[in-house]
Ligand binder design. Structure first.
Ligand SMILES: C=C(O[C@H]1C=CC=C(C(=O)O)[C@@H]1O)C(=O)O
Length: 427
């Protein structure tokens, strides 16, 4: 059961930031960090961000600035704080690594339920590492940031409680009835499970996620003795030199036990009207929200299939040119939560999640990513994640519910999604 938090919520900090200087690291210093090795870097990092299929690894060490938002705050407040931070962050000299400011925020700051397990993380955080080491292919570079920006107070989180999800099947059935009665069209309902992690360190879980899910974005954020980590298959928005990429990912089948069964499941996924509808709602929401911030939207007419080790999803990549004056954070602010994690229409779906799910998602399904002072950056949806601490991990996963959903099949799909983390923790 969810307990009410007894510890003081961490307050948003309001002091004006000082300018932060970013200094490229010398080749010798970068080499020193490189030779520590991946395991050491993951173990010592406060934040990691890895895209194995792009040959990208980012290790943020130490903290130049960390701002923590109160529970009950979310992306809106985090945006204001990161924009303020970026103003004070001078751009790096041409060719040098730009400092990357990381941001993660809760899924739904309006949900009155408060799970104490998320207290240490707050409603949102912004993190500028003291030292950032980046590998792109064979090239390593680094940047150091020093500033005088007050750090947030971080409470220790409460131990992870078992959460009951026995009600999830009936919640799904209720959602189906509400959808059939015309109250909304889609809602994503999620559950969580706590499993022991034994002596497996977060750095080892990250390494296993990198090996098992190389096409995803593997990230981690450490707060005290707690690590939130995951392997998200779902990019939320990315901007590189004014070019915007967004993805619709919704509609799922497990992977087959052999190639014939896998192909049959893929064909079933592509042919399913129910899965296509679940997916189309996400594409249409993106068209609507992003259309005002970007021009020349390129949206393929048909979804393809993204295959991960344990599951396959309907997938539509969308590209556009960011309108002058619009930013990545504008796009993230408009898109979150997409119907892939919330539902449609958005407000009715959020209301249904609060009523039926009866869980504090914390940062699960929230936006997580980074921006640099020139406006480049990327955000993913905080999916296939776990909160790890005190020898246990709480895993989160959900499924899109539409009029034709069968509760048993949706519960099975959620179990398959838990397998992403469960599989690498208990191998
Ligand atoms: C909500 C989750 O997945 C979303 C992303 C892909 C497919 C989904 C689905 O088919 O329901 C979900 O929309 C989760 O992983 O917890």
């Amino acid at each position: 059961m969810i307990a009410t938090s007894t510890s003081q919520p961490t307050a948003s900090l309001t002091a004006a930031p000082e300018a932060i200087s970013a200094t490229p690291l010398s080749a010798g210093t970068v080499e020193w960090y490189r030779t520590r090795g991946e395991r050491w870097l993951r173990e010592h990092a406060t934040v990691t961000w890895e895209r194995p299929s792009r040959g990208l690894q980012v290790f943020g060490l130490g903290t130049a600035t960390r701002r923590v938002g109160a529970r009950g705050e979310g992306l809106r407040e985090a945006r204001a704080a990161i924009e303020e931070l970026l103003v004070g962050l001078r751009e790096s000299p041409a060719g040098a690594l730009a400092p990357m400011a990381f941001l993660a925020a809760s899924f739904d700051p309006g949900n009155p339920l408060r799970d104490p397990a998320w207290d240490a993380f707050g409603g949102w955080q912004i993190l500028l590492p003291a030292i950032t080491i980046v590998r792109r292919g064979h090239q390593w570079s680094g940047v150091a940031c020093a500033g005088d920006f007050p750090a947030g107070l971080i409470d220790e989180a409460a131990p992870l409680e078992e959460q009951t999800w026995a009600h999830l099947g009936s919640a799904i059935a209720e959602a189906v009835a509400e959808i059939r009665a015309g109250r909304y069209q889609k809602v994503v309902l999620a559950g969580s499970r706590v499993i022991p992690v034994g002596h497996t360190a977060p750095a080892d879980i990250i390494a296993r996620l990198v090996a098992a899910f190389p096409t995803t974005c593997i990230f981690s954020i450490r707060v005290g003795g707690w690590t939130w980590l995951g392997a998200s298959p779902e990019p939320l928005a990315e901007v590189q030199h004014g070019r915007l990429s967004v993805v619709s990912l919704a509609g799922s089948r497990r992977r087959g036990r052999d190639s014939a069964e896998d192909a049959a499941l893929e064909a079933e996924l592509l042919a399913s009207e129910k899965e296509r509808w679940e997916h189309r709602l996400v594409v249409e929401a993106i068209r609507q929200e992003v259309g005002e911030l970007a021009g020349g939207l390129e949206i393929p007419g048909e979804p393809t299939v993204m295959k991960l080790a344990n599951i396959q999803h309907l997938y539509t990549p969308i590209a556009a040119s960011l309108a002058p004056g619009a930013s990545l954070l504008d796009v993230v602010g408009r898109l979150h939560p997409t119907p892939a994690v919330g539902g449609w229409p958005r407000d009715a779906a959020l209301d249904a999640i609060r009523r039926l799910e009866r869980m504090d998602r914390g940062w699960y399904a929230g936006p997580v990513g980074w921006v640099d002072p020139s406006g480049n950056g990327e955000f993913v949806v905080g999916l296939r994640t776990a909160l790890v601490g005190g020898g246990r991990a709480r895993l989160y996963a959900g499924a899109g519910i539409v009029a034709d959903s069968a509760p048993a099949a949706e519960l099975e799909e959620i179990e398959t999604k838990f397998d992403a983390l469960r599989g690498v923790i208990h191998r």
